[in-house]
Design a protein around this ligand. Sequence first.
Ligand SMILES: Nc1ncnc2c1ncn2[C@@H]1O[C@H](COP(=O)(O)OP(=O)(O)OP(=O)(O)O)[C@@H](O)[C@H]1O
Length: 363
Amino acid sequence: MHEDDLLAAETAHLKEHVTAADAGADDRAVEAALRPRTLDEVIGQTRVREQLGLVLEAARQRGRTSDHVLLSGPPGLGKTTLAMIISAEMGAPLRITSGPAITHAGDLASILSGLNEGDVLFVDEIHRMSRPAEEMLYLAMEDFRVDVVIGKGPGATSIPLELPPFTLVGATTRAGLLPGPLRDRFGFTAHLEFYEADELELIVRRSAGLLDVAFTDGGAAEIASRSRGTPRIANRLLRRVRDFSQVRADGVVTHEIASQALDLYEVDPLGLDRLDRGVLDALVRRFGGGPVGISTLAVAVGEERETVEEVAEPFLVRNGFLARTPRGRVATPAAWRHLGLTPPAGVGAYLVDGSADDTLDFS
Ligand SMILES: Nc1ncnc2c1ncn2[C@@H]1O[C@H](COP(=O)(O)OP(=O)(O)OP(=O)(O)O)[C@@H](O)[C@H]1O
């Protein structure tokens, strides 16, 4: 078949898949159906794509399994998508598990002992695995071996178990929480960054095409600019805007329709959602702009500390609304202004005196 025909056939197949998922009311199913299937289909993350492409190609040429890969970055940026692509590009089956599901070393031993040569094992939220399991994983990653302990106390014996070579793909929202020995055993680490508006616009256009949503350039751009740099959010907002345009207009997503719909869903023009604004609001109105510890801030907005730290904070820091200082979180002058308030004199001094440091994990 000609290359163009092949591409058309693939797109038609993908569209069928998306349409089937879209027929149900399940956002997760549509999200899964919209996933890019190959590295070439991935939009944005240019450097990661090129680096990962090389790692996989080299392994393929040598006829070996790929090095272990660690994917880190905030939720919804494409870690699961990349894990699936690694398995597809290596032509190897994917096994999926997650850190919180591995509470004992025995859980991990049984997963590892079920692997076949070349399998890709995806461990989502790998930073939440139990410590004994982590230690078992070091050995498995390095020597493809685990020591299974049978029995307890002085009578316990350890039986070495050989494993076939496999590729571990770990995903984490908090690479800083992984112990050094575990991090060091990944041959390649990809840090996923928030997406630029033009990349998100391409993602919105691709998804709208697959979902048969009619849109104008302005409509796609408006959804992209309010998507918090996150493809998952772009896809979700697209579906909400589609609902709005279908019920309240003629079904075409224009700039005007997208902006009315997103106002209705409380996504502001810079993409901040209720949680983002809640965090800024608490920081500014209740704590005078900070500094305040993350746990206190989380209690103030009625959320788990992890949610504030892993979901809201990276976006707010990246967009210059919040800074991490050794004494706690501080609202920047931009945060005050975003809430329609005038920043008090002196706010922002920490930004020039060098005490704000995004690389450290201040709590
Ligand atoms: N680069 C991309 N190009 C196009 N679509 C993307 C891209 N990255 C992610 N997506 C879309 O965003 C959605 C979320 O991606 P994915 O589930 O891989 O994120 P994640 O980082 O694993 O999130 P989490 O850690 O919360 O599970 C998917 O439906 C996928 O369609």
